[in-house]
Design a protein around this ligand. Structure first.
Ligand code: PYC
Length: 438
């Protein structure tokens, strides 16, 4: 009995429902209690985090759990997980191009691995392997290079031949007939997919449990800064005082930008210019069919990636749309291109029907790595510029941003992603390490 009670309390984790509670709700149709509070409005916090996606929520969660900082507000103009965190294709992996990228994303994968237990929620992590196909000698050479960089960091990643590609994904045509024959692939067994919504809910529930306030439908209109060199006292040398929102001002000495799609817009409010361009990234999902695709398949040359959920749907994505826009609508051009390319790889799925398509926003930096940590405005921190890599980085970003804020020191893992690199030229080139050629 004591053990059962302990399980319900779960130390610093949110309580789990007892079998009796589950049965009661199932039988009576009683309304479920809210999983996180709708908090009272407060006008002062120690930290305000802008953006209620995986990055913002994970930062709040680790501020509370790793550093005991709980007087924290997460504000979002929409709902939690309504941006990139709920729009990505749920792929996780750490087979990047640079040693800095590999070490960083690998820590994220480690956190994803233990997340179900850490957050006490079934995030349905499926470590099914990630396979990037090579259709040309040039692509194969890049895969060998990437495999060596990965191995030097202790990452399980290697180049495999067509026969092994076929073993991993029997529906692929490895003959010499296709226009883009499969010459080999970079295979990364620890990669896989995870239920992205559950990741958001897990961090939100955990942060709430520790007293973090999450204010949804609260749009940030301005960042309040004093003493800076720029107009209105903003920019370099300034100091953060808080934020102006659609529901009123919040005073806080620390304001963190954890947005995707609005990274530069929010940063401009503090007078800090970031080298970002914003592109939509589209995705689509089919009707469910019997599971036949056991691994994540990517083709950079054909600009397509595909995985099959445990429910049987195929989830597809491609490269970012070529336009700079804040539109999150799907387009016919995407669907036509996607269909053409995926059928090159898997002609057998020609009769499957697409059910939905959508887009999310990607803030692209010049080197395709993020911008993290301190800015020239005291108290203003940034965690933006994720391009198409944001979801994969959620847990490690939360962990390292929380450490940076709490200790006022830049953690080693994110030191390479500082803003100054665009002046010093110490770039961390991750173009081409994507599921697609961007
Ligand atoms: O880099 O693995 C990736 C990816 C998948 C979807 C968008 N980016």
């Amino acid at each position: 009995m004591t053990a059962a009670r302990d399980l319900l309390k779960r130390g610093n984790k949110p309580a789990r429902y007892s079998a009796a509670t589950l049965a009661k709700h199932g039988l009576t149709g009683e309304i479920w209690p809210r999983v996180w509070r709708e908090p009272e409005w407060k006008s002062t916090y120690d930290v305000v985090i802008i953006g209620g996606g995986v990055h913002g929520l994970a930062t709040a969660y680790y501020l509370a759990t790793n550093h005991g900082i709980t007087n924290v507000a997460v504000v979002d103009k929409g709902y939690l997980g309504g941006g990139g965190s709920g729009r990505n294709t749920a792929i996780v992996r750490s087979n990047y191009l640079t040693p800095e990228g590999v070490a960083f994303y690998d820590r994220s994968l480690t956190l994803y691995n233990s997340m179900a237990a850490d957050l006490n929620i079934n995030v349905m992590f499926s470590e099914r392997g990630h396979m990037t196909l090579a259709h040309t000698d040039g692509a194969l050479r890049t895969m060998h290079w990437r495999a060596e960089v990965n191995k030097l960091q202790g990452i399980d990643s290697s180049v495999i031949g067509p026969e092994d590609v076929k073993k991993n994904a029997p529906s692929l045509d490895i003959s010499s007939h296709p226009r883009y024959p499969i010459l080999g692939a970079l295979f990364h067994p620890p990669g896989g997919i995870i239920r992205h919504d559950a990741v958001v809910w897990g961090y939100a529930r955990g942060a709430d449990h520790h007293g973090v306030d999450m204010h949804q439908k609260t749009e940030v209109l301005d960042i309040l800064v004093e003493g800076g060199e720029g107009p209105e006292g903003k920019g370099r040398g300034g100091k953060v005082k808080g934020v102006r929102t659609s529901r009123g001002d919040i005073h806080a000495p620390i304001v963190v930008n954890c947005t995707a799609g609005w990274g530069s817009l929010i940063s401009n409010m503090a007078g800090v210019k970031l080298p970002l361009t914003t592109h939509p990234l589209e995705a689509a999902v089919t009707e469910p069919v019997k599971v036949f695709l056991p691994t994540v398949v990517v083709s950079g040359s054909l600009h397509v990636y595909v995985s099959q959920t445990d429910r049987g749907e195929l989830v597809f994505g491609a490269s970012v749309d070529p336009l700079n826009t804040y539109s999150m609508r799907g387009s016919l051009a995407f669907t036509e291109e996607l269909a053409g390319h995926i059928l090159e790889l898997m002609p057998g799925i020609g009769k499957m029907r697409l059910l939905r398509q959508w887009a999310g926003l990607c803030d692209m930096t010049p080197d395709y790595s993020p911008i993290m940590g301190f800015t020239p405005v005291e108290g203003h921190f940034t965690d933006v510029g994720w391009g198409t890599y944001g979801f994969k980085a959620g847990p490690v970003s939360g962990e390292t941003m929380a450490e940076c804020i709490a200790t006022q020191r830049t953690p080693k893992l994110i030191a390479p992603f500082n803003l100054e690199r665009f002046s010093t030229g110490e770039l961390v080139g991750e173009k081409g390490a994507a599921a697609v050629g961007h």
